[in-house]
Design a protein around this ligand. Structure first.
Ligand SMILES: Nc1ncnc2c1ncn2[C@@H]1O[C@H](COP(=O)(O)OP(=O)(O)OP(=O)(O)O)[C@@H](O)[C@H]1O
Ligand SMILES: [Mg+2]
Length: 366
């Protein structure tokens, strides 16, 4: 039967869902159809795959080609469907073995010259592969990230030809290793702060206990300076925390090159940040700053300048440690257990209560 199956993932928050990619060649008028609630990026896969395989001298035969993405009622978004669809087509064309392909979850974007480009979400996909006892086929650059997903078979080819040669046993792709680079030290050091013993002690206690802090003081008191040096005194991430942080960064397409986030995140969004940028959302329900600060610090400098909506939206995550973004099709839940450090001036001019300078009367306490 001219049918092949490969697996991939769809992302809905931190828990990806397993998606089966079926490709069938049938007699009839030549066509290339993708069904299963695919968005525009997935629909464009057709053109990339057709052109890529043509460029590699493996033209898709003139058949009625149907790609089915199941379960059909889940929205499929992103360019990472290129690789599983292309591999399933190659399997129907008997270029790679169908039986072996079924044991893998594949994700990656392909270019017209056959290269496989990095995509977000490789680490959560690797964790899902481990759960389903499958291997993972991901872009070469994402190999170290996948390696943190557990004891699974990882194929991280640079291009389509490499993966074909691997399945034909012509070259064997090496298993990527989880890299254990030394933690890069923060360049900003608390020792730069002169005096301010009370503020420094306060930050030390907050760093040790994970407490929220509000610093109020006149301009130039060193609030921003103190906060920027906080990452240097934060406790180390535990392996479980590091994995959780990396999953969120991976979904945002911000996983580091060596695969694992090893230091507590420190996010300092500007006060002009929009609500979706802060809490997450947008068309694809991406994690926002508060989720990127999970297990780390969210620094809100000039707190009263943030819009009311943004500040109100922090209530749920501060209480529950998670944020849920509602969309018509789906709810996305991301972790958001962060330590909130905020800084502000006591009034608009900044000198309310100052012993040396007179406060501008026009600017009362906020
Ligand atoms: N305790 C300090 N030790 C060393 N330098 C300091 C100290 N306090 C302030 N500074 C210097 O003053 C500069 C301004 O400080 P900073 O920007 O942190 O003030 P701020 O309290 O955030 O002010 P604003 O309310 O205007 O944001 C710092 O970059 C630093 O050079
Ligand atoms: Mg400041």
């Amino acid at each position: 039967m001219k049918l092949a199956t490969c697996y991939t993932v769809a992302f809905f928050g931190v828990q990806p869902k397993l998606i089966e990619v079926q490709v069938q060649f049938a007699p009839g008028l030549p066509a290339f159809t993708i069904v299963g609630l695919a968005d525009k990026a997935v629909a464009e896969s057709r053109e990339r795959i057709r052109a890529c395989l043509h460029g590699l001298g493996m033209d898709i035969p003139a058949v009625r080609l149907t790609v089915n993405l199941t379960p059909a009622d889940l929205q499929k978004e992103g360019a990472h469907y290129d690789l599983p669809i292309a591999l399933a087509i190659l399997a129907v064309m008997n270029i790679i073995p169908k039986d072996e392909l079924k044991n893998y979850i594949a994700l990656g974007e392909i270019t017209l010259d056959g290269r496989i480009l990095s995509v977000p979400g490789v680490l959560p996909s690797a964790l899902l592969s481990a759960e389903h006892e499958k291997g993972i086929i991901c872009p070469k650059d994402c190999g170290p990230e996948a390696a943190w997903g557990g004891d699974i078979r990882i194929l991280a080819p640079r291009d389509i030809l490499e993966i074909i040669q691997h399945f034909k046993n012509e070259t064997i792709l090496a298993q990527p290793e989880p890299k254990l680079d030394e933690v890069s030290s923060h360049t900003l050091d608390m020792k730069d702060v002169k005096s301010q013993r009370f503020a420094k002690r306060g930050l030390e206690i907050a760093a040790a206990g994970g407490h929220n802090v509000l610093m109020i003081g006149p301009p130039g008191a060193g609030k921003s300076m103190l906060a920027a040096r906080l990452p240097g005194i934060l406790p180390k991430l535990s392996p479980k925390e590091a994995l959780d942080v990396t999953v969120v960064h991976s979904l945002a397409g911000m996983a580091p090159k060596d695969g694992l986030v090893k230091t507590r995140p420190f996010r300092d969004p500007h006060h002009s940040a929009s609500l979706p940028a802060l809490v997450g959302g947008g068309q694809k329900g991406k994690p926002g700053e508060i989720s990127l600060a999970h297990n780390g610090v969210l620094f809100l400098d000039e707190l009263p300048e943030f819009s009311r909506g943004c500040l109100e939206s922090l209530r749920q995550p501060l209480e529950t440690g998670t944020i849920t973004i509602a969309r018509v099709q789906h709810h996305y839940t991301y972790p958001a257990r962060f330590q909130c450090i905020a800084a502000m001036n006591p009034c608009r001019c900044g000198y309310f209560g100052d012993e040396d300078r007179q406060c501008n009367k026009a600017s009362k306490m906020r």
